[in-house]
Ligand binder design. Sequence first.
Ligand code: PLP
Length: 406
Amino acid sequence: MNFPRTPTSERRSQLAIDGGKPIRSVMLSYGHQTIGDDDIAAVTQVLRSDWLTTSREVAKFASGCAAFVGASHALAVANGTAALQSAAFAAGIAPGDEAIVTALTFAASANCIRYQGGTVRFADVRPDTLNIDPTSVANLINSRTKAIVTVDYGGQPSDLAELLELARRDNLVLIEDASHAVGANYRGVRVGSWADITTFSLHPVKQMTAGEGGVLATKRPDLAARARAFRNHGITTDARERANAGSWVYEMVDLGYNYRLTDFQCALGRSQLKKLPGWLIRRREIASRYSSAFASLAEITTPAVLSDRDSAWHLYAIRLNLPRLRVDRARFFAALRAENIGVNVHYIPVPWHPYYQALGCEKGQWPVAEQAYERLITLPLWAGMTDADVDDVIFAVNKVCDAYRI
Ligand SMILES: *Cc1c(COP(=O)(O)O)cnc(C)c1O
């Protein structure tokens, strides 16, 4: 996509926030879907067919996802949050149970435990990757602990070997919220077959989209069966299976929900999945352009990727080195926004939200996540960005650093 740009000759060194000319005339968003005519054709074809939901596209999309992520079972659901709740249900979370969840994530990673009546214990993150710290997890495990929810922050896999070791030792279910990480690798193997359950999101800002949508992947047939029923009211056979069997009989065995994804959304998902490998390459390319461009900027720290894994680059989150700047994150952020660079912040620590505060989470218990939060800024990153878009972001970050350097 091409946005109108301000000619280089007209870019002043005066910051747009102080009345100067912005780097761009239209905001560059931090994330954006990529939709082609092939995607539109795939959706239209289903819209013209007899089955809009519970049909072949759903099954084809699910098996395509299972193959891509290396899981034996994959399930398409209404959204990434529904995938997480289905995971919490499949893991058997119930009142009295505890789950350990990373503090630095989107609220849904923790909320899924609350939906099922469980208690959330937040763990701190590692200072380098901002992924859950296995040591912090180990300190929170007790006799009520039933699951660990880890998030692959920004797209980089968590410390899956260490987390699996803890889970196996105490018979816990490891749920990997891989909403950021479709296509990422850990020790040469794609995310999707490591944890007991891995979930993905198909929201438009993620690497691929179905409008809304989510995917749950697992190797375990018992967990897959429980999640499958949960998606459909807790009923053990779906409408299509009944139609094929010529039978009206069905059994509702658990309290499930309607978390199904439609066939036209799955057609979009399937069409997007074909293009995902190319998009992942483009995301990596953009991330490495940012990292080389910012390598010598002392005012910011770029994301660190450990050598035994690679990132699917959902987010490119920089951290400001505040002692080198005469402004705080809020001002730096506002200055970039004024240049029409659509920056964001991922995330306000989840235990800081009023809902979790009311449940007794007191600030100060997650020093690494809390201190990182004060410095984080997410730069635009999506597969459809042009090289000129990337240059604008680099130019803007340099411009703001120059203005606010001590
Ligand atoms: C996007 C996201 C979700 C939720 O996905 P939805 O599809 O919007 O429900 C959950 N966890 C994380 C970490 C996410 O980034």
